[in-house]
Design a protein around this ligand. Structure first.
Ligand SMILES: *Cc1c(COP(=O)(O)O)cnc(C)c1O
Length: 376
């Protein structure tokens, strides 16, 4: 049997991409805000229901630039339970990350623990909508307003996610998307910053082009963060199929939940009513007799068993960011400060989740998990 990975991009038929390439060949405009770049920015604003959006070469450069656009310095409060790029974007700006524990249900920054981490050096909060589950944006905004802090959301997982008030990408000062190949919507590599006003969008556009404002004026030590025309064209093509892809993900999510609902020792997420994008399917492994198995985590035993059977889940997010060498000596990285994140990180496996995953494959994965728990 062919291996099944945690994700697999949905590619449109190759011949549908050819006309886009022909246009690029005709125009000879390869990058620097060409036609497809402009079209994709507009199309994404329309689809996502946001006012302004600046495309980037990837999500990490977008995060780094978002911090620069708002001139963030000093300390920034963030989550240890994320992809390492979240905190790396702070280090790239000489900012000190301050880790705060997560909520056990949403797996996002716990708003109850944010205030205690604020110091005179704190200038911003960088929460993550982990797995596309919305943060408690109202509470976070309230804290930010009280302490005069900026909020930059790492929304890399949250393409198209809505909460009861609409698209969550309009929350905070800026939101950053990733269009990496593994994400719900991809441009091979890519990303974007969502911003509320024209002026900020302008500053971001300068920063992603070396700081150039015009031919002879450079206003900041900007970077090269521009998305190319090929990537933008591919994005336009992908966007046509995104609703179908999200609908398929939803069906797979439901099938996993049904298959696993009575399995003791496996917990699925339960974040309540919201329009999710089903970007990931995390499960948490904690069999009742796991303590007797001393030493080896039951999660890792299951992870290996799945692998042996050609199922390549991923332990997103293990290790915690705060456990990597460049972070672990920070006071906020201490295990005592992050008990919920640590427990979650030790129990999680993200199961394969992508639109073309077949019912039989989902059922096979579920049967392996059930078998594992019976043997355990
Ligand atoms: C993927 C991801 C990023 C980085 O995006 P790239 O486009 O790969 O640079 C940042 N944060 C989170 C939470 C991610 O999952």
């Amino acid at each position: 049997m062919k291996p099944i990975y945690v994700t697999q991009p949905t590619l449109p038929p190759l011949e549908e991409f050819i006309p886009y390439l022909e246009k690029i060949w005709d125009n000879k405009m390869l990058t620097n805000g060409g036609t497809f770049h402009q079209q994709l920015e507009q199309a994404l604003c329309d689809y996502l229901g946001v006012k302004h959006l600046a495309l980037f070469t990837n999500g990490t450069i977008a995060l780094i630039t978002a911090l620069q656009a708002l001139r963030i310095t000093g300390e920034v409060i963030t989550t240890p339970y994320s992809f390492v790029a979240t905190a790396h974007s702070l280090l790239w700006n000489g900012i000190k990350p301050v880790f705060v524990d997560i909520d056990p249900v949403t797996l996002n920054l716990d708003p109850n623990k944010i205030e205690a981490a604020i110091t005179p050096q704190t200038t911003a909060i960088m929460p993550v909508h982990c797995y596309g589950y919305p943060c408690d944006v109202a509470r976070i905004q309230q804290i930010a307003d009280n302490y005069n802090l900026k909020v930059i959301y790492d929304a890399a997982h949250a393409f198209g996610v809505k909460d009861k008030n609409g698209g969550i990408l309009n929350c905070g000062d800026l939101s950053v998307l990733s269009f990496h190949a593994t994400k719900v919507f991809n441009t091979f590599e890519g990303g974007a910053i969502v911003c509320p006003d024209e002026k900020t969008k302008c500053r971001i556009d300068h920063l992603k082009n070396f700081g150039f404002v015009d031919e002879v004026t450079v206003v900041a030590a900007g970077i090269n963060g521009k998305m190319s025309e090929i990537n933008a064209a591919f994005g336009l093509l992908q966007l046509k199929e995104i609703d179908k892809a999200l609908a398929k993900r939803k069906i797979i999510d439901a099938r996993y939940r049904e298959g696993l609902k009575n399995v003791t020792g496996i917990r699925c997420t339960n974040v309540g009513e919201h329009v999710a994008n089903y970007a990931y399917f995390p499960i948490f492994v904690n069999p009742p007799n796991s303590l007797q198995k001393g030493g080896i985590k039951s999660r890792d035993t299951l992870y290996e068993k799945l692998k042996t059977n050609g199922i390549f889940g991923r332990r997103y997010f293990y290790p915690l960011i705060s456990d990597f060498p460049m972070y672990r000596s920070l006071p906020s990285a201490s295990p005592a400060n992050l008990p919920v994140a640590r427990k979650t990180s030790n129990e999680v496996i993200c199961l394969p989740m992508y639109p073309n995953l077949e019912n039989e494959q989902v059922d096979f994965i579920v049967s392996l998990i059930i078998e594992f728990l019976e043997d355990f």
